[in-house]
Structure formats: structure tokens, C-alpha cells
Ligand binder design. Structure first.
Ligand code: NAD
Length: 369
């Protein structure tokens, strides 16, 4: 396919090639209507340039919607580095990336994603101010899984409000897949509120830690299940906090829950699985709305780190979801379509205020440095 046809509505694609450091990267800027683009930097040994480009285009578009939903005054962008994170990382490579990002004059901000760490960006930030999600000891906001988990809890409250007429999260049963940085914190909060849990993780240490924590909290209503058994348990809400693509033809058939609300990215294997969930009367909380807490934190970092402010902003996930559920019900469309409309309306409403070229200047809120 012709390159420009593939770019479609993307504003800009920058191909970075620095033989001195070995950097081969693609920066995709999808849409800057709401503000300069932002989106993490993924490092992966892509087999071909085509695979890397497709990933950059797809992920940057997703960021436009995620930013609009979270109302963070950023647009969508993404960087992919073609390389093996286990072998190809050097400080020079990340400094080189930092120089490319700096050349965009504030049109794009980046940070970590799959295959990169905050420490990698300590090197990049020597070359540019346009880095977010940096470690606390360098003036950043630290672990973003804290607000992400908090956002999932707000998502559960909003969903319970719509399903059961009360936003109380105790006294219900949840099936949690993945007890990592996000899932563990969600599980802890639910146990503290008196909920019952089914949990699964491929890492037995994570399960042991949660069982131990449950004892400390004094709530032992936990059942551990293995692998795919998590999909068929008799719970009220399925909380996916591990893999993408887990809502598909096979799993939808066995789900007994009334809702799916979790942090995992790209939970639906395909968008039409959102329609199937609706047909089965299973409420689906669009993942990019529920898991926006981390994005809210890293974009807020430019004002200087402030955990309380981030937690207050993360509360907005509750109202956004209620709005999406209402729109889905009124129009008879899936919550995925309702969420996309919600974001597109927000961009349409602001497009006259923000123009494509207004972001070549540093954004006014960049006061960190
Ligand atoms: P993590 O790597 O800390 O935790 C993932 C957990 O899932 C691990 O404990 C792992 O052992 C477990 N797991 C992996 N495969 C599994 C399987 N087949 N069955 C059961 N458990 C399995 O990741 P995280 O930061 O907690 O993120 C969880 C999800 O949320 C990911 O999809 C991530 O992309 C998404 N997310 C995270 C953040 C954040 O701030 N951390 C923000 C947005 C989205």
C-alpha cells in the first residue's frame, strides 16, 4: 500500500536513522487537535519496517482517543524503536532518540512503554525536555500503576452504579486476571472493601503475596483458579489486568459475569466483540477509559509531581464511564462505539481553538525544568 494511503489521517511520521548509535525508530504523530502529541516509546525486534510502521500508526491513533477521553490536553503519538531491548540498548541510542524528539520543538512528548524503562529516558532527557514518566529521583512522578489501579477502582464503582444502582464495590464478587503492578493493588482495595475474589496469575509468587495480604486485611474470601478457568467463574465482574485480546469468541461463550472492567490494554480481540458483549447484556468498560490513570499522571508531571492532584484528576474516570454507558444505552450502540463518539465530539468541539500549527511552541504548562 502507498505510504500516504497508509498514513491516512496521521499528521506526521518521522523516520529516525542514526548509524552512529544504531537507532532505527519511527515517531508517529496522529492528531494534535487537543494539544501536543504524547505516547510511550516501544522497543521491539520488529521483523520488518512494515510491522514497525503499522504498530506506530495503530498505537498513536489509540493515544489520540485515550488522551481525549482522559481530557489531558494532549494528542496521540507513539514511537517504536526497531531493536532488541535485551541486547541493543545503550545510553547513546536513547540520547539520539532524545535529539530527534527535541527537533520536534514540543510537538511530541514520550516516555516508557513495552521494552523501555524510566531509566532509559534518563538518558533521553539530557537532550530534550519532552520526556514524561521519569523516575521520582529525577523529578518525575514515579510508579504510574498507582493511579492506573485507582482508575480501575473508579471504573468498578461507575459500573456497579449502573448495574446495581449503588457504587459500593464491597459485597460483590470479582474475577481478577493478573496480579501484577495494577491487578494486585485493585485486589487489595477490593479485599479492604469486603469483596469476594477469584484470582489467577501465571506467577505463583504474586498469588502467595495476595493470600498473605488478604490475611493481613482480614478478608479471606479469595479463591485461586488456574489459567482459562477464570473466564467461567461465577463472579459479578471480570477484571482483566494482564493480557490483551482476552475478550474473543471463545471467552465470551463462557463468561458468566455482568461486566468487564480492567486495566489490560486492547482487551477486545476485535471491535465487534464489544457488540457481542452488548448483545449478551455484559457491560464492557472501554479499556482506554478505565486504564487512563497512568496517562493522567505522566501528563500531569509537567506541572511538577503532585500525587494528590493526580488522584483528583483520576476521579474523572468515574464520570466519563457513566457518560459512555448512558450514550451507549440511549443510542443502542456498543460502549466501544459510544466511547469513540465521546472522544470525537470532544475533538470536534475544540478543533477551532487548537490548530495544527499551534504546537510548535513549547506548551504553556511546561514548568518542570
Ligand atoms: P505487570 O507486568 O506488572 O502485571 C501483569 C501480571 O499479569 C503479572 O503478574 C503476570 O504474571 C500476569 N500474567 C501474565 N500472563 C498471564 C496469564 N496468561 N494469566 C494470568 N496472569 C498473567 O503489568 P501491569 O503494569 O500490572 O499492567 C497490567 C495490564 O494493564 C497490562 O495489559 C498493561 O498494558 C495495562 N496497563 C498498565 C498501566 C500501568 O500503569 N502499569 C497503564 C495502562 C495499562
Amino acid at each position: 500500500m502507498d505510504f500516504f494511503t497508509k498514513m491516512n489521517e496521521h499528521e506526521q511520521v518521522i523516520i529516525c536513522n542514526d548509524p552512529k548509535t544504531g537507532l532505527k525508530a519511527i515517531i508517529a504523530i496522529h492528531n494534535t487537535t487537543l494539544g501536543p502529541a504524547t505516547g510511550g516509546c516501544r522497543m521491539y525486534p520488529y521483523q520488518t519496517f512494515e510491522h514497525a510502521l503499522n504498530d506506530a500508526l495503530r498505537l498513536s491513533k489509540g493515544m489520540t482517543y485515550k488522551c481525549a477521553a482522559a481530557d489531558v490536553d494532549f494528542g496521540g503519538g507513539k514511537t517504536v524503536i526497531i531493536g532488541d531491548p535485551a541486547k541493543d540498548k545503550t545510553p547513546e541510542l536513547f540520547r539520539s532518540l532524545g535529539q530527534y524528539i527535541d527537533s520536534l520543538n514540543g510537538r511530541y512528548y514520550t516516555g516508557t512503554d513495552m521494552g523501555t524503562t524510566p531509566e532509559d529516558f534518563v538518558h533521553a532527557m539530557k537532550e530534550t525536555n519532552c520526556i514524561v514518566g521519569i523516575p521520582e529521583e529525577y523529578g518525575g512522578s514515579g510508579d504510574s500503576s498507582v493511579p492506573t489501579a485507582q482508575g480501575v477502582v473508579y471504573g468498578l464503582k461507575a459500573t456497579n452504579q449502573v448495574l446495581f444502582g449503588s457504587n459500593d464495590i464491597g459485597e460483590k464478587t470479582y474475577a481478577i486476571q493478573g496480579l501484577g503492578k495494577v491487578g494486585f493493588k485493585v485486589a487489595e482495595t477490593l479485599l479492604e472493601e469486603g469483596a469476594s475474589l477469584y484470582v489467577t496469575d501465571i506467577n505463583s509468587d504474586a498469588i502467595q503475596q495476595l493470600l498473605h495480604r488478604a490475611q493481613e486485611i482480614g478478608n479471606n474470601q479469595i479463591k485461586v483458579v488456574q489459567g482459562n478457568d477464570i473466564y467461567g467463574v461465577d463472579a459479578d465482574v471480570f477484571v482483566p489486568c494482564a493480557l490483551g485480546g482476552i475478550i474473543n469468541d471463545d471467552t465470551i461463550d463462557v463468561l458468566k459475569v455482568k461486566a468487564v472492567v480492567g486495566s489490560a490494554n486492547n482487551q477486545l480481540l476485535e471491535d465487534h466483540h464489544g457488540d457481542i458483549l452488548k448483545q449478551k447484556n455484559i457491560v464492557y468498560a472501554p479499556d482506554y477509559i478505565v486504564n487512563a490513570g497512568g496517562l493522567i499522571q505522566v501528563s500531569d508531571e509537567l506541572y511538577g509531581p503532585n500525587k494528590k492532584r493526580v488522584m483528583n484528576k483520576t476521579k474523572a474516570i468515574y464520570n466519563s464511564l457513566i457518560e459512555v454507558y448512558r450514550h451507549s444505552e440511549e443510542k443502542g450502540i456498543s460502549t466501544v462505539d459510544a466511547a469513540n463518539h465521546f472522544c470525537e465530539e470532544r475533538m470536534e468541539a475544540r478543533k477551532h481553538r487548537n490548530s495544527f500549527f499551534s504546537h510548535h511552541k513549547r506548551p504553556k504548562w511546561e514548568i518542570r525544568h
